[in-house]
Ligand binder design. Structure first.
Ligand code: PLP
Length: 343
C-alpha cells in the first residue's frame, strides 16, 4: 500500500447517530447527506444509517441516489432545481424544500402535469438571506401553496428555515419569525406535519429552538464545530491514514500530499504515529514529511486526523489551525484517497 486511505467506520456513524438522537429527543433526526455525505460517500452512509427515517440531500440528483437504496425513508431535497429534476423528484416521492415563489409555481406546474401531489416544505427566511420567503411576502406565498393543496396537487407537509448560529440573540429572533410563519400557515388552514429549523449546534445546545425534526450532518459524522467543544458520545467517523514510504534519521516520508487534498498550510500540525504525536514538517505535492520516531520503518501507518488512537487530532483541530471548518478538511480530499469501510 503506497497511497492514502480514508477509513470510514460504520459502527461510529451509528453510535454518533444514537448519541445525537438521545440528545435531541423527542425531536426526530434528519440525517443530512449533502456533499457526498460530507465526503464519506453517499451510498456508504445511506446503507450504514439504515435505521434513520429522514434523509436530507441538498440536490435532487443525490436524493434520487438515496431513494434508489431506501424505498421506505423520507428523502428531502432543498436545492431550487430545474423542472425536469422536480418532476423526477415528485415521481420518486422526494420531499421538496421550497423557498421562492417562482419555485413554488414550478413545483405546482410539474405536479399538475403528473396529476399527483408534490410534498413540499415551505421555507421562511428568518434572517440568513440565503433562500427563503421574507416575512412580508409569506402570506401571499402561503395562500398560493394552500390553494394548490386544495386543488390536490400539493401537500404542504413542513415549514423550515436555517439559523445563522452567529449569536443566541439572533437565533432567538429567528425562532420568533419562524413561529409566526407557522402560525400564519395554520391560520390559512395548513396542517404541517413537521417543523425544522436547527442543524447540529443549535439542535444540540438550544432545545427550545428544536422543531419536531432536526437537520443534522456534522455531528453525526463526528465533526465538531470550529472553536466549539468536544461533543460527548460523538467521535470522528473518518480517519485519514498514510503509509510511510521511507524512514530517515530526522523525518519519515508519508504517502499523502496536497494533490490528495491535504492543505499545505497544515505544516506544523501534530499527526499520529505508532510512537504517538509527531509534527507534520512539510506537505509536498504527493508526499509529506513527518518527524521520525524510534524504530520508524517503511509501511508504518501515520494517522493525519482521526479519533486520537495514535495521538492524532480530529479534522476540526487541523481546520482551526488554518481558520476553516472540519468539513473543509474532509471535503478537500480528492478521489485519489480511497475510502475503506470498516465496522
Ligand atoms: C448543511 C445543512 C444542515 C446541516 O448542518 P450541520 O451543521 O452539518 O449539522 C442543515 N440544514 C441545511 C439547510 C444545511 O445546508
Amino acid at each position: 500500500m503506497s497511497a492514502p486511505v480514508l477509513e470510514i467506520s460504520r459502527g461510529t456513524l451509528r453510535s454518533n447517530i444514537a448519541a445525537v438522537r438521545e440528545q435531541i429527543a423527542p425531536s426526530e433526526l434528519m440525517l443530512v447527506m449533502k456533499d457526498d455525505a460530507y465526503g464519506h460517500g453517499l451510498e456508504w452512509a445511506v446503507d450504514a444509517a439504515d435505521g434513520v427515517s429522514w434523509l436530507g440531500s441538498y440536490d435532487i440528483a443525490s436524493a434520487l441516489r438515496i431513494r434508489a437504496r431506501r424505498r421506505d425513508a423520507r428523502v428531502y431535497a432543498w436545492a431550487t432545481s430545474p423542472g425536469d429534476e422536480v418532476a423526477a423528484a415528485i415521481e420518486a416521492h422526494i420531499d421538496l424544500g421550497v423557498g421562492t415563489l417562482p419555485y413554488l409555481r414550478e413545483v405546482i406546474a410539474q405536479a399538475e402535469v403528473l396529476g399527483t401531489r408534490a410534498r413540499v416544505h415551505l421555507k421562511i427566511d428568518t434572517g440568513l438571506h440565503r433562500n427563503g420567503v421574507r416575512p412580508e411576502d409569506w402570506p401571499a406565498f402561503v395562500a398560493e401553496a394552500r390553494a394548490a393543496e386544495e386543488r390536490g396537487v400539493l401537500a404542504v407537509v413542513g415549514v423550515w428555515s436555517h439559523l445563522a448560529e452567529a449569536s443566541d440573540d439572533e437565533d432567538d429572533e429567528a425562532a420568533g419569525e419562524f413561529r409566526a410563519a407557522v402560525q400564519s400557515l395554520r391560520d390559512a388552514g395548513g396542517e404541517p406535519e413537521v417543523l425544522h429549523l436547527t442543524a447540529s449546534a443549535a439542535s444540540w445546545w438550544r432545545p427550545e429552538l428544536r422543531g419536531s425534526l432536526s437537520r443534522i450532518g456534522a455531528f453525526c459524522y463526528g465533526i465538531r464545530s470550529a472553536d466549539g467543544p468536544q461533543i460527548p458520545g460523538v467521535v470522528p467517523v473518518a480517519e485519514l491514514r498514510a503509509p510511510v514510504l521511507a524512514a530517515g534519521d530526522e523525518v519519515v516520508e508519508i504517502a499523502v500530499g496536497s494533490f490528495d487534498g491535504l492543505p499545505s498550510t497544515l505544516a506544523g500540525a501534530g499527526v499520529g504515529t505508532p510512537a504517538g504525536t509527531r509534527m507534520l514538517r512539510e506537505v509536498g505535492a504527493m508526499t509529506s514529511l513527518v518527524e521520525t520516531w524510534p524504530g520508524a520503518s517503511t509501511g508504518d501507518l501515520v494517522t493525519v486526523f482521526g479519533r486520537g488512537s495514535q495521538g492524532e487530532q480530529d479534522a476540526t483541530s487541523l481546520a482551526e489551525r488554518i481558520d476553516t471548518v472540519g468539513e473543509e478538511i474532509l471535503l478537500r480530499l480528492t478521489p485519489r484517497v480511497r475510502r475503506v469501510s470498516v465496522d
